[in-house]
Design a protein around this ligand. Structure first.
Ligand SMILES: Cc1ncc(COP(=O)(O)O)c(C=O)c1O
Length: 389
């Protein structure tokens, strides 16, 4: 008899990621141009690889302390002291297996049946499923391409109820590249702190910001760290997503609790990866400026190319390496990207991957060369001219 496992029903409800769906399909086709990849296309800088290999050679392959390698926690403390207004100490940090684990710990330690979490759509793929996995409800705030996916802070504040346990923010955002102005973050953070609601702020793209904008962080404001959990990593900044080095920041009291939880999930992070991360932080930062400069050029070009496309509503994103144009209202974005893949071999990510309200949109990633971007639009522009919606 073939009886399937009795999975937790919340697990059964997890969606298959639209990114994976497209990627698997594209793998069966030839001559596909990918504008769908969510990781840097640049090689990892040589000095970081060297430090990683050195750590392996020196036998730094044992478990670390459960909060992370002390040397990394100290390096992070210095780094953030130079970047934000909070006077952070080592006990405010917990090293995690990428920002992914930090988000998992933050969301599932707060969300519970009977509670609500406010999420701004379009939202990064982990947020809503994790809230639901923990048995809580998602309260969605909708933003659109017409508004450049900016959120009205009052809409978020008005959505807070006695059942709200957390608000998830992500700026610069995936999938939109939108950067919230400091005033937006500040208004939401202050109201949340006054009402006992925790802000979970995903800041993995905090160094990939254009147009001379400051890189706003919720740590810039004078708020009580008991009401904030920041999740971040080096995956994007230093092009090391596979090393799985991330962290969370909160009050030392919260970190103590989350550290206990962490020992029941991944136990500790990747030890040689943490040594490589220390080198990334302390070493030459030219690599970051070069990568960000390249993303800026690509952003400028993709914004220009999207203006030449019929039917699409676009905007100017100011960070990360994504843009999310929308199609005319009511259009099925999934069907659109499938046709685009089959007919012109350009692979994008369907909008509904990032929330129900984004069905008529699609995400393009410019973590790929300018040449490939040009090539994709040479196919897309004439093809779009022939479409009717
Ligand atoms: C917004 C956002 N948060 C978190 C992550 C996960 O990052 P990490 O590789 O550090 O787990 C990603 C990765 O794509 C992301 O786009």
């Amino acid at each position: 008899m073939n009886v399937s496992a009795r999975w937790n029903p919340n697990l059964e409800a997890l969606p298959t990621s639209g990114i994976r769906r497209m990627f698997n399909l594209a793998a069966t086709l030839e001559d596909v141009v990918h504008l769908s990849i969510g990781q840097p296309d640049f090689p990892t800088p040589a000095h970081i690889i060297k430090a990683h290999i050195k750590a392996l050679r020196e036998g730094k392959t044992r478990y670390t302390m459960d909060a992370g390698l002390p040397e990394l926690l100290t390096a992070l403390t210095h780094y953030y002291r130079g970047r934000c207004k909070q006077n952070l100490i080592e006990e405010n940090f917990l090293e995690t297996t990428g920002a992914g684990e930090a988000i998992f710990l933050a969301v599932t330690s707060l969300a519970a049946p009977g509670r609500e979490v406010i999420v701004i759509e379009p939202s990064f793929v982990l947020f809503q499923p994790l809230v639901e996995l923990a048995g809580a409800q998602v309260h969605r705030i909708i933003t659109t391409a017409e508004q450049g996916y900016q959120v009205d802070p009052n809409e978020v504040i008005d959505a807070i109820t006695p059942r709200t346990c957390a608000i998830i923010l992500n700026s610069p955002g995936n999938p939109t590249g939108t950067v919230y102005p400091p005033a937006t973050l500040q208004a939401i953070c202050h109201e949340a702190a006054n009402r006992g609601v925790t802000i979970i702020s995903d800041e993995v793209y905090d160094r990939i910001v254009f147009d001379e904008l400051p890189s706003p962080s919720v740590l810039d404001f004078d708020i009580d760290l008991d009401h904030v959990i920041v999740a971040s990593s080096f995956s994007k900044t230093y092009s090391i997503p596979g090393l799985r080095v991330g962290w969370l920041i909160s009050s030392s009291r919260n970190v103590k609790t989350l550290r206990r939880y962490h020992t029941y999930t991944t136990t500790v992070g990747n030890t040689p990866g943490q040594w490589a991360a220390i080198e990334a932080l302390k070493g030459d930062q030219t690599c970051v400026h070069e990568m960000v400069g390249e993303y800026r050029k690509r952003r400028n070009r993709i914004v220009e190319l999207l203006k030449a496309c019929c039917h699409l509503q676009s905007y100017q994103p100011q960070g990360a390496f994504y843009i999310m144009p929308s199609l005319p209202k009511g259009t099925d974005g999934s069907e659109f990207v499938l046709r685009m893949l089959h007919e012109i071999r350009v692979c994008a990510t369907p909008g509904d991957t990032f929330g129900k309200s984004c069905r008529n949109a699609f995400r393009l990633s410019y973590a790929t060369s300018l040449e490939r971007i040009e090539n994709a639009f040479e196919r897309m522009i004439p093809w779009l001219e022939k479409q009717s919606f």
